[in-house]
Design a protein around this ligand. Sequence first.
Ligand SMILES: [Fe+2]
Ligand SMILES: [Fe+2]
Length: 280
Amino acid sequence: MPLEAVMTALPQVVTPKESLAHARSLMDEHGIHHLPVVENGRLRGMVREHDLAFLETRPGVDPEKVSVADAMTANVYAVAPDCPLGEVFGTMADHRYDAVVVVEGGDVIGIVTTVDAMRVLAGLLGASTGDLAPSQVRERIQADHQRLLGLLDQIDAVARRVLDGDEDAEPRLRQWAKDLYGFLQAHLYLENEILVPALADTPGFGNERAEALRQEHREQGAVFERVLGRLARTALAEPLATELKELSRSLRDDIAREEREFLGADLLRDDVMPSDTFGG
Ligand SMILES: [Fe+2]
Ligand SMILES: [Fe+2]
């Protein structure tokens, strides 16, 4: 299993100068406990929910005025996306790290916490994500789609800069293309793991629906590989930008169609008994 299939891609980040109150609102809004601290595009540290909780209760501390720099840990475990998962989890256990930041070319591209490690373990032990209720499956896939759309927004913006003749934007665009590939692989993996089984349990043609999605993913996987492989070999910035914009558009269409056909609230319902529980 690749690290990218486990991590939360494009996590929320803060800068050292931002306030504790801002960090707190990000954590509350997104239901998270860790924020990588980034300055000028470089990872500077990590701030945790319990660091905030500790400072917030100290007398005389105004969370609006105290900055993240005063709460963060500068020493943070960071790995490249191709680092083997076993090595990452082993180091986390040995050093009692509760999170690892995934960094590529200096950019923070993901975060893996002990909760993610537990999810992998649950999957290995068979208590897998298959135990998620249909509505939870829908929420997780929709959240992943939102992250993917955020990544596509960034790609579109950088592609536009390249097409406007901004040479500095080119390395950035190549980086985004690589990130997109990793993200898509992880996304297909997640959908095959949790959405395909949930669809198989939907009433009326559940298995056909699950097989249709699985087949679509096989085809998409091949397309991504081909397009992104071609992009990696494209020496010219402009065709790269044009092709990425094109890919971004078709991915947006795919997401919209998938949400319509496979993620409807009327389809993935918690009150419907999977047909196989009737025992024939
Ligand atoms: Fe999909
Ligand atoms: Fe999807």
